[in-house]
Design a protein around this ligand. Sequence first.
Ligand code: ATP
Ligand code: MG
Length: 398
Amino acid sequence: MLIITDRDIAVPMKEADKPEEKAEEFMRMAEGETQSLTIVANAPGMVFQYVLGEDAQHTLPFISGQCLNVLGISVETLRANPGLFMDIVLLEDRESLWRSMAQSATDLSTWNWEGRLWIESFHDVKWVSLRASPRREKGIGVIWEGIIINITQSRRRETELKESHERLREVSSHIIAAREHERIRIAQEIHDDLGGNLTAIKIDLDWLGRHLTDEDAVLLAKIHTIDQLVDRTIDSIRRMSRDLRPGIMDFGIVPAIEWEAEEFSKRLGIPCEVVCAQEDIELDQDAAVAVFRIFQEALTNIAKHGRASHVWVRLDADMSAKGWLDLEVRDNGRGIMPADTKKFNSFGIRGMIERAGLLDGKLTVSGAPGEGATVRLSIPLGPGPHDLATSRSNICPS
Ligand SMILES: Nc1ncnc2c1ncn2[C@@H]1O[C@H](COP(=O)(O)OP(=O)(O)OP(=O)(O)O)[C@@H](O)[C@H]1O
Ligand SMILES: [Mg+2]
């Protein structure tokens, strides 16, 4: 770091013996100092030397000309009153400035600070970054040499990016919640409307059958065929409503997972073992639906891509104040590669990660070719109910 004061910049480094050597040495040093001053003048910020005296006095022996650009204060004004710097630091950021300086003075570590200044001449707040190296000198105190740079642009971009992520998160949370509500509504309509009509058709078919004689054998056979078709349609409707809004969810997440695993086994003939130490895990509705949907997608993926002959499910939870829930779905199929999880037109894993993130949880998908695939979900079970609209992201695809 440069050590420069505006009073005495040419500090002899070494004594030269002969006059001509002295002259050469002087020329070299003068050249060096000029270069140093040029570097300081062109530095992308305000270079300074700051002294915290043994008598607790603050002085600024050197401040580069960028002072006016960075702080909106002239070099002379600031040198005459070093306290002005603290005055323009926003109240909320003053403590961190003091703390970082005190820490640096105590252990002589680099003084790093980022904070906001009120720049009167711009009528605006500016973000700055301060970085300085300290050393202790007997009889003087702690001396820092460093630089303050304007980081407003990058901070603004960072803030905008954060806000835009937050907005996206809110939209996605809204879409997920709206989709669940829509599913419930459609399930209800299918059940009430189509189910009701089909039951009425069955009653009419029964009536027709009773009013035909044995001589109408062809018509009776037709009625029988139609009746069977109606039964199959009622079964399909039940299945569709159940997929849209599994009624088993009303019994809790553990029975719902066990039931879904059993259905999967029956449908595909693949054993799906569920291990869960708890009889049930108390979850609020949003979290329960999210966990269940993640589980459904994990099973759907095994059915679609896994070519597995066995599936293991582990569900575990800690219900203490800082509790958590873990769900692991492992298969022994063809395995999965990291690139699979980022396929352009695939949204299942993305959706699982998104749902986990909305619960402040973490979802990973791992595996290797021939070694099966494992989906791991972990979510915190805080004291309050999860709020899909306000929860933050902490997602980690692997
Ligand atoms: N259990 C699994 N075993 C093997 N490969 C898997 C497994 N699960 C996922 N994959 C691979 O990861 C890819 C991405 O899965 P993802 O669920 O995101 O999309 P998808 O199932 O292809 O389509 P969808 O958007 O309908 O879910 C799959 O296409 C598949 O190649
Ligand atoms: Mg999928």
